[in-house]
Design a binder for this molecule. Sequence first.
Ligand code: ADP
Ligand code: MG
Length: 219
Amino acid sequence: MHLDTPHVIDVIASGIHDVKNSMFDALARVHVAKQAIQDEHAADAIPALAETERAISTSAGRLSKLLSAYRLARHENPVSMMPVELAGFLDDVMARVRESGEQPIRIALDRQGPDFWVFDRELIADCLVNALQNALRHARRQIELRIGETGGRLLLSVADDGPGFPDHFPSHADGTRSGVGLFIAHRVARLHRRQDTNGELRLDKDARLGGARFELRLP
Ligand SMILES: Nc1ncnc2c1ncn2[C@@H]1O[C@H](COP(=O)(O)OP(=O)(O)O)[C@@H](O)[C@H]1O
Ligand SMILES: [Mg+2]
């Protein structure tokens, strides 16, 4: 499976389109809540407000990804390479995923290989958080976060037992999902370069769980 990298302007336009839809959705629900309160059925406003909250929080998350996509496109080298202690890094990633909403599926962690690696902590954390959120959205009941080392590169993968990646990733403002997160991960991986080796993102079918496998390989 290959991720065509669409033009950054298309990615951003498509993301803005998604945010716009969610904001209109939030507006409609606020209207419902207001009406319920006016009609003195305040209790009926609660579910509408809860959905509004979800729509706004999704939009805020999308806007921050769009800003990252813009920054990655704008700056020559936004990557800051520092030694990262992997156990603490993974704890932080898992905590961010937990904070981002309800988590119906437990994420199994399989950590092997080194204790430290050199990469951009913030950018790689963003990529993994997005991959885990995607997995939570698509998995049936299993998600695995695996860390290891192969051929001198660090392997960070998120696998699930869902339907797997689609054959084609929507990338235009046609109402489909934007794919900003995977676009960013692709760019971030390529920007990790040491000596003559590049990082890369692979999107495959996971041999063991049967669903999607998101895999970052960092030199
Ligand atoms: N684990 C997964 N299983 C199945 N499809 C996935 C998975 N992760 C991502 N996708 C598909 O790739 C699309 C792009 O993902 P992403 O770039 O993270 O953007 P977003 O999460 O905002 O839709 C998703 O909308 C979905 O169609
Ligand atoms: Mg995503």
